[in-house]
Ligand binder design. Structure first.
Ligand code: KMH
Ligand code: ZN
Length: 305
């Protein structure tokens, strides 16, 4: 397809496991909120919905498959968007716990973290000082001594389970070494083209969000994977739209959503996931780029549908 006709996949990561309810009243946590926010994001143009679940009582991340069952059927029934279930869960969880929803519910797409690193959430303690629930403060505080653990054995286990279920992956790469880890699994035949590489920028513990960092990850992925991969980017926090703009202009796809940033502009909270999807759409329109429909993304990524 000529580059000028290419369509851009917008992923929307609806709630995640990093931000906590006290940080924004707009973060969806109950099944009803996750359904409403996801559907509005899809309506606004999100091609893929990246989904986590929360305990509706206190907003704490949970990988109980029943928590996903509380919203998945409604989403499947009401939208054609591609549904992508996390296997990252929260960095505080074991791999067995993290992979349960994808293993049991066999989605079209699941996320997969491609390596280990530090994961520093504690700087958020400076910005958000008041918490409704004890777990929120501990979640940030404990990250001073947290290893975000994704060993080769963990990755292989999730890959083999997903492959057996026909699930394809959003390969989350937080630094250059994670691209090399992915290349290792491509070499072993456990990852087949075309595959979606989600390069992640601006998390404390991973690569930064400078334009040189974005270019470096793209150059490295181009060299390792050639035409076999589909590139997407996620800029954390205030970096979200700048990273998206750079990547979109260079042939990439983009991820937005309240999982990755609570903001719509400096100091102003996004009112919904759809707000960020609309902003991403405007950015793409400014570059004369069209958004891929879910079925176009299914073709591009050879999903099971
Ligand atoms: N919050 C993202 C940076 C996952 O769900 O598998 C990481 C993420 C991981 O989305
Ligand atoms: Zn996630």
């Amino acid at each position: 397809m000529p580059k000028s006709n290419r369509k851009v996949i917008i992923s929307c990561a609806v709630t995640g496991a990093i931000h906590t309810p006290s940080m924004s009243p707009h973060l969806p946590v109950t099944p009803e909120q996750i359904i409403a926010d996801s559907l509005a994001a899809a309506e606004a143009g999100a091609t893929i919905l990246h989904l986590h679940a929360r305990d509706p009582e206190n907003g704490r991340p949970t990988q109980d498959p029943d928590a996903f069952r509380a919203f998945l059927p409604q989403l499947k029934q009401a939208t054609g968007a591609v549904l992508n279930l996390t296997t990252g869960g929260s960095p505080h969880m074991s791999v067995e716990e993290r992979m349960r929803p994808a293993a049991e519910l066999k989605p079209e797409v699941a996320s997969l973290n491609m390596g280990s690193m530090n994961f520093g959430l504690y700087p958020m303690l400076n910005r958000f000082k008041k918490f409704q629930h004890d777990w929120e403060c501990q979640h940030l505080e404990n990250s001073r001594d947290l290893v975000f653990k994704n060993t080769f054995a963990d990755i292989e286990h999730i890959l083999k389970t997903g492959n057996a279920n026909g699930t394809r992956f959003e390969f989350e790469c937080y630094d250059t070494s994670h691209l090399y880890n992915l290349a290792h699994f491509v070499d072993r035949g456990l990852v087949k083209a075309p595959f979606l590489v989600q390069t992640v920028f601006g998390l404390l513990g991973g690569i930064g969000a400078h334009p040189e960092d974005v270019s470096h990850m793209k150059r490295t992925a181009d060299r390792l994977f050639g035409d076999d991969y589909i590139w997407s980017v996620l800029g954390a926090g205030r970096n979200q739209m700048a990273v998206a703009a750079q990547a979109a202009a260079q042939g990439g796809n983009i991820r937005v959503g309240l999982e990755d940033s609570l903001w719509i502009s400096p100091g102003k909270l996004a009112q919904s996931n759809a707000d960020q999807v609309r902003k991403a759409r405007e950015l793409l329109a400014g570059l004369s780029l069209e958004v891929a429909t879910p079925d176009e993304a299914r073709d591009m990524l050879e999903l099971k549908g």
